[in-house]
Design a binder for this molecule. Sequence first.
Ligand code: FMN
Length: 343
Amino acid sequence: MLLHSYKLNDTLTLSNRVVMAPMTRCFADSKLVPTQAMATYYAKRASAGLIITEATIIRADGQGYPNCPGIFNKEQIKGWEAVTKAVHNQGGKIFCQLWHTGRVAHSHYTGKAPIAPSAVALDDRVPRTDSLRYEMPQALSEVDILGLINDYILAAKNALDAGFDGVEIHGANGYLIDQFLHQQTNLRNDDWGGTPEKRARFVLEIISEITQAINSERVGLRLSPAAYFNLEPIEGDEKTFEYLLGQLESFNLAYVHVGMFDDSTVFDYLDGRVSEFIRRHYSGKVIGCGGYTQQTAEQELKNNSVDLVAFGRPFISNPNLVEKFNSLEPINDYNPEQLGELV
Ligand SMILES: Cc1cc2nc3c(=O)[nH]c(=O)nc-3n(C[C@H](O)[C@H](O)[C@H](O)COP(=O)(O)O)c2cc1C
C-alpha cells in the first residue's frame, strides 16, 4: 500500500503514501532565503508522495535557530519558487511548514525578547550556540495575537505564490501554537486560555482564516498531544486535544500529522500511542510519523491505523528512499554527523 498512488482528496493525488517529514537543516542564507542547494536537496527527494519542508518562519520574531528559512518577504518567496519548481520538475509535491517558535525564539537571532502566550521561560540551553539559555518571553496582548493570526495567513498566501502545493501549520513540538495548547505554557485567563476551548482557539482561528484564504484541501496541521519536546505535560492537556480534533472535523483539511520522534511510545494519559489518540478523535486523514520502517509503515497502513507515513531521518541518509523501498534495497543508517552537510 505504501508505494501505490494515493488520492489524498479531490485536489491532490500523490504518487505514493510516503511523506518526507519536515526537518530543520539551517542552510538558508543570511537573509533566511532558501538557496539553490536547498532546491537540489528537495528535488533529489521528489519521489516521496509528499515533501513537507523544514519549518519555515512566518515572521522575523519567530526565529529560534540559525539560517532557518522564512516566507515573509519577496526574496524568500523567490527562493522558495526555485525549490518548488525543482520538485515539480521531478514530479513531486511539496507543502511548506509554517512556523513560529514563540518562547523558543531568542534575542540572539531576533534582537528582542521572545513572545509567547504567557511569561513562562523554557529552562534549557539554546542549541547551536555556545552557552546561551532561553529567555523569559513577553506574554502576548490580544492585539498581538490577532496580528500573529494575520501573519500566518499572509505566510500561507506567500507559500501558494511561491508554487507550493499546500501548507502544513506547525502546531507541534512545543513551538508557539503548541504553547497555546498546553497548560504548562498557557496560564491565560482571557479568551485564549483557561479552558480546553480557549487554549484551542488560537490554532482554530488560524485554521479558520487560512482555509477561507486558500483551499482547505491544501492545508495540513501537525500536532504533538504528548508534549514530548520543549514542554512538560500536565494532567488534563489531552482534553484540549480531544476538543481540538473534534473541531477540526468541520474544516476538510488535507490531514493531521503526528508530531513525534518515536510513535511506538505509549502514553497513559493519551490511552495509547499518539497516532492512536489522533485516530480515535479525528476521522480525517492522518499521517503517522516517528521511528517507522518500511515494514512497520506497511503494517500500520494495513491495520488502517494511519493513512500515510512520514519518514524523517531515513530521508537524510537516503535521498532515494522510495526507490530503495521499491527495490527492497537496504537503507543507509542515519548518522547525526550528516546534518553538517546538505546532500
Ligand atoms: C534534524 C531534524 C530536524 C527536524 N526538524 C523538524 C521541523 O523543522 N519541523 C517538525 O515538525 N519536525 C522536525 N523534526 C522531527 C521530524 O519531522 C520527525 O518527526 C522525526 O525525525 C521522527 O521521524 P523519523 O523517526 O522518521 O526520523 C526534525 C527531526 C530531525 C531529525
